[in-house]
Design a protein. Structure first.
Length: 445
């Protein structure tokens, strides 16, 4: 088994955010991830916020997902499916639960009215109109807390009505102030998110991190090996980093590869290095019970032969005894036989490098096989209490009709003539797309 000198399997780039731990003095981890380029990234959670466009078009209607019409269900008031009426329905539910003491915490966001205009494209004689689209999305909520799910709640006493009571209209007015958002802070309903509560980021956010960030977080990129101030790499995590479930960091005190190189001299032609890799046996690590270690030694030998070596005479390269003479001079046999050193400049330059690296692995011990025993009779396990979303909200959208039309192949003079016939105007400098829009009646000219 052999390794290339600079293709070490233990120096692969890290791609998982859990590849190694970076902690502060209190042992708290710094959550981060690694790109394939080696760069380090972290995600900075944004504050939970509403939309600055909330309230701009409160009375524009969409088609309710629940009713299939532009009106809300009777349970929601039966009004038109507008941003304001959706928000009032949400505010009514918040008020009902808060006033009776059931709802005690959270951030609540009513969605704003969104409109996308129709888009016209003309390509290769085909006219396409992407239809207009309107939407009011479902309401959102974060960190919702119900009184009966909190520690210390007495079911015999039940909910305690809130000291301050709110109407749906009051909550809606606060939504308008807060971009569609209200929060429960210190037991009161307030506009927006004054405590700047942030989104909670999951492992999936790190596994699918967007470099441009999202509405929930910003992405920060750092150079390889970056560690924030006050933090350090937890060396104890290294035991799970390598392909063999182990390894010391290459370049450490047990890895001599980083400071040994060949000293190639001028005037020599060097062969390719001869590499020999010797793998030691796995032995128990005396410093870490439950772990084994072995040493891998890589020996490299390179040979350089003198250039332009052309002595003349009976002892030159062409003579039969040249090889023997060179061997005797370079091995010292010539000196022992004659007492003369000889011309050692004809000798080859032979250099050796020996590199070692220590590998570690966890000893996998199979648990002892125990005789089967009859399982004890256990009391029935109570099902965990699941927090159910007690809100019931609706959403809606409205999409216009698109168009895809293969236009006849008309020359520019023909289009200009048709434009003049339809509008009574000359348009010799108009763009083709504008002329078609006018001809089809989508604009007046």
């Amino acid at each position: 088994m052999g390794y290339k000198q600079h293709n070490n399997p233990f120096s692969r780039k890290i791609s998982s955010p859990l590849k190694h731990n970076v902690t502060n003095a209190a042992g708290e981890p710094w959550r981060h991830g690694h790109r394939s380029s080696g760069k380090v990234f972290s995600l900075e959670a944004k504050n939970i916020v509403g939309s600055s466009k909330f309230g701009e078009r409160p009375n524009r209607a969409v088609r309710s997902k629940e009713t299939g019409t532009k009106r809300l269900s009777e349970e929601r008031g039966g009004g038109r499916a507008t941003e304001k009426n959706y928000a009032l329905d949400y505010a009514r539910q918040i008020a009902d639960m808060y006033n009776r003491g059931e709802l005690v915490g959270g951030q609540f966001i009513a969605d704003d009215f969104y409109k996308r205009k129709a888009k016209t494209t003309l390509k290769k004689g085909k006219l396409k109109i992407k239809p207009r689209f309107k939407r009011i999305g479902d309401a959102e909520r974060y960190n919702v807390q119900y009184a009966d799910m909190q520690e210390g709640f007495d079911p015999e006493v039940g909910f305690q009505a809130a000291e301050t009571q709110y109407t749906p209209e009051q909550i809606y007015d606060m939504m308008v102030q807060g971009g569609g958002m209200v929060s429960i802070v210190d037991g009161k309903i307030v506009a927006g998110n004054p405590n700047e509560v942030k989104y909670e980021l999951s492992d999936d956010d790190y596994n699918r991190a967007a470099l441009a960030g999202t509405k929930r977080y910003n992405t920060k990129i750092f150079d390889s090996g970056y560690v924030p101030e006050g933090y350090m790499i937890d060396e104890r995590s290294n035991a799970s980093n390598s392909p063999l479930n182990q390894t010391e960091d290459p370049g450490g005190e047990n890895d001599e590869r980083s400071n040994q190189t060949f000293n190639l001299k001028e005037g020599y032609n060097y062969d390719e290095p001869v590499v020999t890799v010797t793998e030691g046996e796995w032995i128990d690590d005396p410093n870490n019970p439950g772990q084994q270690m072995r040493v891998i030694t890589t020996d490299e030998t390179i040979t350089g032969r003198k250039e332009n070596l052309n002595p003349v005479g009976p002892k030159g390269p062409q003579s039969e005894n040249w090889t023997k003479l060179k061997e005797d001079i370079c091995s010292g046999e010539y000196f022992r036989r004659t007492g003369k050193t000889g011309d050692t400049s004809i000798c080859d330059d032979v250099q050796n490098i020996s590199n070692t690296v220590t590998e570690y692995r966890t000893i996998e011990v199979e648990p002892p096989v125990e005789p089967p025993v009859e399982p004890p009779v256990e009391p029935p396990v109570e099902e965990p209490v699941v927090v159910v979303d007690r809100f019931n909200t609706d959403s809606g959208s409205l999409q216009g009709k698109g168009l895809e039309l293969q236009l006849p192949q008309m020359s520019m003079p023909d289009l200009q003539a048709l434009f003049r016939q339809k509008t009574g105007k000359s348009c010799s400098g108009c763009r083709r797309a504008r002329m078609i829009d006018v001809i089809l009646g989508r604009r007046s000219g």
